[in-house]
Design a protein around this ligand. Structure first.
Ligand code: 5GP
Length: 190
């Protein structure tokens, strides 16, 4: 049986954000509700990020209290910061019949896969590590040190793709977009 819960995981720089935007635009065009989960994080906001829209930016104390209160469906430490998916938000969206998209790292994805075996888990891989470095550098959001740390993490992350139901290689944006839309909007994706 197919599920309304979609997990998208990718090393940063794999083109995940662009692909997700394409999927959300498509959903809007066909009048279908897709709820993109807003995670909690202890990371500091980047320029232009809006609290409550991109993330809910919380303190480490607040985050830890939410873990104790079992308020997260999953949570993980990514690049030294804490990230968690709010349980209520996801359950409410699923209960009103909306599709839900989680854009989370592989550690969180594996927790969701364990609890929701029907969830459609999607792993997006970058064309190559060199291309990944290029994309992260071009994006201009992170220092060289952070980029190198992310690339190391990406290599570990790439090994996790076997645990996902679907693998999309983002060599061509058009093909990758078609693949993602097919998984998310086809009636039966088995
Ligand atoms: P960024 O801080 O660059 O937005 O995200 C860093 C990483 O954290 C990305 O791989 C992103 O998918 C992941 N991430 C964002 N939100 C969550 C979450 O709620 N849970 C987990 N496990 N990872 C998350």
């Amino acid at each position: 049986m197919s599920s309304n819960l979609f997990i998208v995981t990718a090393p940063s720089g794999a083109g995940k954000t662009t692909l997700i935007k394409k999927a959300l635009d498509y959903a809007k065009n066909i009048g279908e509700e897709v709820h993109l989960a807003v995670s909690h994080t202890t990371r500091k906001p980047r320029a232009g990020e809006i609290d409550g829209k991109d993330y809910c930016f919380v303190s480490e104390e607040e985050f830890k209290q939410s873990v104790v209160n079992n308020e997260y469906l999953e949570h993980a430490t990514v690049h030294g910061n804490l990230y968690g998916t709010p349980r209520n938000q996801i359950e409410n969206a699923l209960n009103r019949g909306s599709k839900v998209l989680l854009e989370i790292d592989w550690q969180g994805a594996l927790q969701i896969i364990e609890h929701f075996p029907n969830a459609e888990s999607i792993f997006i891989s970058p064309p190559s590590v060199d291309e990944l470095r290029h994309r992260l550098t071009q994006r201009g959001l992170d220092s060289q040190e952070v980029i190198e740390r992310r690339i190391k993490g990406a290599q570990v992350e790439l090994d996790q793709s076997v645990h996902f139901k679907h693998q999309i290689s983002n060599i061509s944006l058009d093909i990758a977009t078609k693949n993602l839309l097919n998984i998310m909007f086809r009636e039966n994706h088995g």
